[in-house]
Design a protein around this ligand. Sequence first.
Ligand SMILES: N[C@@H](CCC(=O)N[C@@H](CS)C(=O)NCC(=O)O)C(=O)O
Length: 250
Amino acid sequence: MIKLFHWEPNANSGKPILALVEKGVAFESCYTDLLAFDQHTPEYLAMNPSGKIPTMIHDDLVLTESTVIMEYVDDAFEGPPLRPSDPWERWNMRRWCKFLDEYYGPSLSMIGWSIFVGPMVRERDPEELRAALDRIPTPERRKAWEMAIYNLFTEKALAESRRRVAYGAKLIEDALSATPWLAGHSYSLADIDGFNMCYALPLTLPEVASEEAMPNLHRWLREIYARPAVQETWAMGRTQMADRVAYLKS
Ligand SMILES: N[C@@H](CCC(=O)N[C@@H](CS)C(=O)NCC(=O)O)C(=O)O
């Protein structure tokens, strides 16, 4: 029995969904609405005390951390391998995932929370929001939500995040000018991670990631978007975020 607790099929939630679908593994989808604070309910926190999404249940095992869940999925189930067999390419795959998760992702997340998440929840009843904030299990996440809800991101911090994301996008563009996929010659977890982190980049930072400036990035995003597993995964979206991939259809 596999259950995946996830939000929209993007960013960290999109990664394990896509790995499961690529491998043809059946799972029960448990939509966990980040904007309704479903990740802070006592039931969810009993499974994942960090209050972060996603969480995967496999029989009696509880798995957290999206990239490491993808590695588990690749190890535990039949289906096409999602990691290169060549040792250098496998190292390169891990290096990309580490970069995306530890450097690029947090900066992209700050931009996303200031542009999308904050405005989407800010209009709610202030008392309801205060109660939701009080239920957040860790000081770090409570601070992140306060920054988004009360619009406390400074222009300096946002500029630094934009600089980091632009730098990461350029590294991806350069890597994809040499090989078809991020880790080398086969589609891997690095591409799944990268797609989930970068699909909206041409919309979020159009001046940095235009098709003219980054043709390889665009070619790569379109090829990944066209995969049947990605189509199936994105059909699980419930919010207008699903519309954000429309430009990849052209
Ligand atoms: N390192 C974790 C990060 C998970 C994470 O930050 N998830 C975000 C959504 S993309 C989340 O659950 N945020 C909810 C919250 O902070 O309340 C992973 O890769 O699974």
